[in-house]
Design a protein around this ligand. Sequence first.
Ligand code: GLU
Length: 309
Amino acid sequence: MEKRVVGRFAPSPSGYLHLGNLLAMLLAWLDCRAQNGKLIFRLEDLDPARSKREYIEALAGDLRWLGLDWDEGWPEQPSFAQSARTEHYEAAFAKLRELGLAYPCWCSRAKRLAAASAPAPGEAQFDPACPCARLTEGERAALFAGPRPPAWKLRAPDRELALEDGHYGLLRQNPAREGGDFVIRRSDGVFAYQLAVCVDDLEMGVTRVVRGRDLLDSAPRQSWLIEMLGGTPPSYCHAPLLVGGRGKLSKRLGSLSTQALRREMSPEAVVGRLAWLCGLRETAEPVTPRELLPDFDWRRVKTGDIAIE
Ligand code: GLU
């Protein structure tokens, strides 16, 4: 018997959802529902400093308002929040250390801090050459005895990985050369996005990841990391990004937040506009997510960035 598809929504509460997030979530929903799959809601609230209560409270309501539903997870099951899953990340971290894949890094703190969040568009999260990878045991012992706790990094594999993205096709990447080693735990103990997302997708039985194309570059190393942890990676299918006149729309800009949209438009009008913008519909007529299901087809979804005014 074919295994049931398990998809997920994995928003970070570091801002209100914006239109670009909604497009990715709509496509994740359509992809999963079209395959009769199970959909999980996971709250990616790893970074205590950036996860704000008002954003957390708005998330589920905003998605439901749009007409999206899910079968399992947050907020009914609080254990689906990353902040409640530290012991799972501890166990994976211990395993990676045992495998000799993780090493301590004492480089600048600012760079390490960003690691708890998924990379923002254009943000480099990987260090091409970290001197800490080549410290001797003696040098390491001296640094461990010092006042600064280290961050922890994973040695990126130095070979070409091939990943077949469901929408963008074959991606070849040598993680060690393109990006390099990456942070899995910050020096303040907070686990990094790149580790948590893999542990969660693996343990939650996710078989299908649909999310914005800004994370396409992370997919080969995530797929590899899931294998290192003893799991079978999901298939990945990335969604096009919405770009505004001034470059990529970022929730950090706060523009076009779902909260603002809700004051001016009906959910059907928003879904209709998204469906038209991404190529699923020829006009921006109001429509519900469910009405888009019968003829949902990734081949009609654009691949290039989508400009909005
Ligand atoms: N939490 C990430 C974000 O909101 C998404 C991570 C993922 O889908 O892998 O950007």
